[in-house]
Design a protein around this ligand. Structure first.
Ligand SMILES: [Fe+2]
Length: 346
């Protein structure tokens, strides 16, 4: 993985607590828009295709369909690992680690950022999986209570276990988002653990769910574009790359569950790419070096900040955990990212 770019400053940024004015906020063609003439909406067409993909024993990546068997064997290996951790007496420590999440702050400099967006604060949350470890909801509520941001982005894997009801994930998430003050919008994309029905559940929580589409956020007479994709790790379709390449010009941010199309976004001229999926490795070697990332492409983007061409990316280590409810050498996180025209002096 490449080092964090010099345009990025971590630690405690000089974030203003005064909300910036919002003069205009507009959407462009969200899939939830109703269709006319009795025709199915774009959302309905997408959901039908997505459910067909979900029903197959295949993963659909950029390189075509793959059998799910390697993933199942991997899950079996994880179960064995979990048993081994119990045997050596480290299970409770790993669980405590999983509940020890942190709020990290970053300021990222973009010389071509529009003046109205200088100091724009984005709360980036990923891989909440609150059905897997419900106690995390209390911890996250405490961490984020009263936090005030301009934009809240959720980069997928809201759900965890496919047999759990969706409200096991969205119920505690509703409490969490209620604790956060958001000036502009809540935007979300789906992950490989999220079924099609999660889009509707997130609508009801006040998110604009971006499924291979772009939306515009405006301030005064300036605007930025945010493009969000359906998961590209298991549910890739060419619509994802089309959405990246056809987005309106200007300062653009990509929201994708995994980093696996980072190279395409960089080529298309995106300034910032926010993602999750890897959990930062979750079980890491000392020093935080991931052992497994579940990335088939763009493996340089396993955790934290990275660059691809002129684009800056950030891969969240995730709030939650998957089937193995443990962390070692890798703290869970939520990120507060401040966009700047230049990195402030320390
Ligand atoms: Fe995840």
């Amino acid at each position: 993985m490449r080092d964090a770019p010099s345009r990025l400053q971590t630690g405690t940024p000089k974030v203003t607590t005064t909300p910036l004015p919002v003069d205009e906020v507009s959407n462009t063609g969200l899939l939830a828009s109703p269709s006319g003439g009795g025709q199915p909406s774009l959302r309905q067409v997408w959901a039908e295709k997505r459910r067909i993909m979900e029903a197959q024993n295949l993963e659909f990546g950029l390189d075509g369909p793959r059998s799910l068997w390697p993933s199942r064997i991997f899950s079996f290996g994880l179960a064995m690992f979990r048993s081994g951790v119990r045997l050596v007496g480290l299970h409770e420590r790993g669980r405590r680690n999983a509940l020890d999440v942190k709020l990290v702050t970053h300021s990222i400099a973009f010389p071509d950022l529009l003046p109205s967006f200088d100091g724009y604060r984005i709360l980036h949350v990923s891989d909440t999986h609150l059905d897997c470890l419900p106690d995390l909801a209390t911890v996250a509520n405490r961490l984020l209570a009263g936090v005030e941001v301009d934009l809240f982005v959720l980069t997928g894997d809201i759900h965890g276990h496919h047999r759990a009801p969706l409200d096991a994930s969205t119920g505690p998430l509703a409490d969490l988002i209620g604790a956060i003050r958001v000036q502009d919008r809540r935007l979300a994309v789906l992950g490989n653990h999220d079924p099609a029905g999660m889009a509707e559940a997130l609508d009801e929580l006040g998110f604009d769910v971006l499924i291979n589409q772009s939306t515009v956020i405006a301030r005064q007479d300036e605007r930025i574009v945010v493009t969000g994709l359906d998961d590209v790790h298991r549910f890739f379709t060419p619509d994802a790359l089309h959405a990246l390449s056809q987005a309106p010009g200007g300062f653009r941010i990509a929201l994708v569950h995994s980093a696996e199309v980072a190279d395409h976004a960089a080529t298309a001229g995106y300034a910032l790419y926010l993602c999750g999926h890897t959990h930062g490795g979750q079980i890491c070697l000392p020093g935080g070096r991931p052992i497994i990332t579940r990335l088939r492409r763009c493996r340089y983007a396993a955790a934290g900040a990275w660059t691809k061409g002129n684009m800056v990316g950030y891969t969240s280590r995730g709030l939650g955990v998957g089937d193995v409810r443990l962390r070692f050498n890798c703290r869970g996180e939520v990120s507060l990212i401040t966009l700047c025209r230049s990195v402030p002096d320390v």
